[in-house]
Design a protein around this ligand. Structure first.
Ligand SMILES: *[C@@H]1O[C@H](CO)[C@@H](O)[C@H](O)[C@H]1NC(C)=O
Ligand SMILES: *[C@@H]1O[C@H](CO)[C@@H](O)[C@H](O)[C@H]1NC(C)=O
Length: 196
């Protein structure tokens, strides 16, 4: 989410004087929608006890769908001006925090994911978030004035890196599924321990 932070600084440093047009509202609505899905997924990550994977999967899909739909909506919108980009500042601030919180909470939950045999699932899902979020960032950057685009594009790597780093934490060697986890499901930890 560092990209969004940088973008916020850029937009902050530009002087105001504007009317909010429909295309800015499209981006705002998309970002707010993503914020809601980030918060929802974060709550179910925190609540995950190794058993009810359905809620987690549903909320992960919700975020993924929102990122993809949002990308399409932004792609279909018109370019915005520097002054209009300024109006996105307030919208962008919370989503940075929500994204950072989500990434931190996913990593904090790793022992539970390991016990439930979900290393691969979480790793590939996080990678997917990185890819779909980058597509959304690319679409948004393409609607910004050229003066901001250069700076914004330079930060895209940093933005997606936080997802990639999180995915790496769940890669083989960094995340170890409990031995019998995939076979036995909810009682995975106890089963794995009994075989040691
Ligand atoms: C495991 O984590 C380390 C440190 O975070 C990282 O450098 C490494 O690339 C990760 N391994 C894989 C296979 O991604
Ligand atoms: C979990 O596994 C342990 C050891 O195999 C067993 O004693 C216990 O009854 C199991 N618990 C449940 C809820 O299946």
């Amino acid at each position: 989410m560092k990209f969004l932070l940088i973008l916020s600084f850029v937009t902050l440093s530009v002087s105001a004087g504007f009317l909010v047009r429909r295309d800015v509202q499209t981006i705002q609505t998309v970002i707010q929608g993503i914020g809601t899905k980030l918060t929802k997924l974060d709550a179910s990550i925190k609540a995950f006890d190794g058993k009810d994977f359905n809620t987690l999967a549903t909320d992960a899909l919700g975020l993924s769908d929102m990122l993809k739909q949002g990308t399409q909506k932004i792609q279909a919108s018109q370019p915005i001006t520097i002054n209009e980009a300024l109006t996105l500042q307030q919208t962008l601030a919370p989503i940075q925090d929500q994204g950072n919180t989500l990434v931190a909470d996913i990593v904090a939950k790793k022992p539970t994911f390991e016990a439930a045999g979900l290393c691969d699932v979480i790793g590939s899902q996080t990678k997917d978030f990185g890819a779909t979020a980058q597509a959304l960032v690319d679409a948004t950057v393409s609607k910004l004035p050229a003066a901001i685009q250069g700076i914004a594009q330079g930060q895209v790597g940093t933005f997606t890196a936080s997802f990639d780093q999180t995915a790496a934490a769940f890669a083989p060697g960094n995340c170890t599924n409990a031995v019998a986890a995939q076979a036995t499901g909810s009682n995975a930890t106890a089963s794995a321990l009994s075989k040691m």
